[in-house]
Design a protein around this ligand. Structure first.
Ligand code: NAD
Length: 425
């Protein structure tokens, strides 16, 4: 098989390259399990479209900076491409390609009619003023404009972007079109056609997946959450609401630990006031890496890729890992964890709640209609529980891990769609 994958710096194994290697490794396992031929495997390993753009940004002091941006559509066989946009200094084409590939399998796994995409800009948003961020967002969107659209490719929030970013994307696209196009992006503010339940959807999905994997109530269950951003903070809140004891949380500012349990709402209020969990009064500070090795029942990585590795996996004491983040566990770590009986609910299942409600938002936008919070929650729960049950049953039937089962289902559906459509011309 010849796999043409982009590489930024061949001599250097970047975090992005590691993420792409993980994604390709997972695909190879699923392809072998499904008996896919080499041609189809190669097609699924290769992004359909990749765009790298230079984004000039006018700074407040008049200087002009140029940053790199990316949009990758990995696969569009089952429907329009779908995937978030990340603003992070270490984002590169390899990382965005890996994230786009995971989106393809995720949408297929939960049965929504989308392909997979991802976007990114290699920038630290915390170093920019709001006006600089707006100019950057609008210029980046303008550069990727030929690719996106409500029937072609629909972005959403990811690391370093939020509802305001989505509002600027919607406006930039709409101004170019000459009319309002809410369906071009999801995760928008409610006033611009956002969906009830979208802001907490990924975290709600993480909670649903965690409770299904636990198979019991949250009473007496201890949890550590790495990454206290959009996904992690609300995942901690919902797990706490379900009766779990959240003993530690972390973000880029530091980690805090309270063996008897954190008041998650109070930590969220502290973060809203100070910008990070560090210094939260009713807990002890702890080194960032130690959170991953705490003696807890459940570990929720909800920050970035490649944090549970061959190096630290032998020291992971959680019995269950529920991946809020995309790609937090390397394939080598997966093997070690499986060997020591740690159950991993994989990213493409555990964090699928976000894209499920993004899909619901898009459906509402395309019909100029809106559903109640209750209707959205029921649909989200149905799709999450259905996908979880399918993955669990295939894993038990074939004696493979939950991640392998999730990939066999997701990759299998995309492969079937390719086979049914045939090859043009
Ligand atoms: P975010 O930017 O809102 O939050 C990221 C958090 O991670 C921040 O709190 C940041 O401080 C923290 N962080 C960064 N480096 C860290 C470190 N070394 N240790 C501990 N914390 C660290 O991003 P998000 O939207 O919450 O995304 C988090 C993860 O979830 C990503 O992998 C993303 O792809 C995935 N995801 C997000 C969504 C969504 O709807 N936003 C959906 C599916 C998956």
């Amino acid at each position: 098989m010849t796999v043409m994958v982009p590489s930024t710096t061949p001599a250097l194994i970047t975090p992005g390259r590691q993420a792409l290697d993980s994604a390709l490794h997972q695909l190879a396992h699923a392809a072998a399990h499904l008996g896919l031929d080499d041609g189809l495997h190669t097609m699924l390993a290769t992004p359909r479209r990749s765009l790298t753009v230079s984004v000039p940004v006018r700074r407040e002091d008049g200087r002009m900076d140029i940053v790199q941006g990316f949009r990758v559509q990995h696969n569009i066989t089952r429907g329009p491409a779908k995937g978030g946009i990340r603003f992070h200094p270490s984002t590169d084409l390899d990382e965005v390609t890996a994230l786009a590939m995971w989106m393809t399998w995720k949408c297929a796994l939960v049965g929504i009619p989308y392909g997979g995409a991802k976007g990114g800009v290699a920038v630290d948003p915390s170093g920019l003023s709001t006006r600089e961020l707006e100019r950057l967002t609008r210029r980046y969107v303008n550069e990727i404009l030929p690719l996106i659209g409500p029937e072609k490719d629909i972005p959403a929030p990811d690391v370093g972007t939020d509802e305001q970013t989505m509002a600027w994307i919607m406006d930039t696209y709409s101004v170019n079109a000459g009319y309002s196009v809410p369906g071009v992006v999801t995760g928008k503010p409610m006033t611009l056609g956002g969906s009830l339940g979208r802001a907490g959807a990924t975290s709600r999905g993480v909670q649903i997946a965690a409770m299904m994997a636990l198979g019991r109530s949250g009473e007496g269950v201890t949890v550590a959450v790495q990454g206290f951003g959009k996904v992690g903070a609300l995942a901690a809140q919902y797990l706490s609401d379900a009766g779990c004891t959240i003993v530690a949380v972390s973000d880029a500012s530091g980690a805090v630990h309270a063996p008897n349990g954190l008041d998650v709402a109070a930590v969220r209020a502290w973060v809203a006031e100070t910008g990070g969990v560090a210094g939260y009064r009713d807990a002890d500070a702890m080194p960032l890496g130690e959170l991953l090795e705490l003696d807890v029942d459940v570990l929720v990585p909800a920050a970035l890729e490649g944090v549970v590795t061959a190096e630290n996996a032998p020291r992971v004491r959680a019995r269950l890992i529920v991946e809020g983040a995309n790609g937090p566990t390397t394939p080598e770590a997966d093997e070690i964890l499986a060997g020591s009986g740690v159950v991993v609910v994989p990213d493409i299942l555990a964090n699928a709640g976000g894209v499920i409600v993004s899909y619901l938002e898009w459906v509402q936008n395309m019909q100029a209609y809106s559903w109640s919070a209750g209707e959205v929650e029921v649909k989200l729960r149905d799709l999450m529980e259905g996908a979880f049950a399918e993955v669990r049953s295939l894993s038990a039937e074939r004696g493979i891990t939950l991640r392998q089962a999730a990939h066999v289902i997701g990759v299998g559906r995309v492969a079937e769609a390719h086979t049914l459509r045939g090859l043009y011309p």
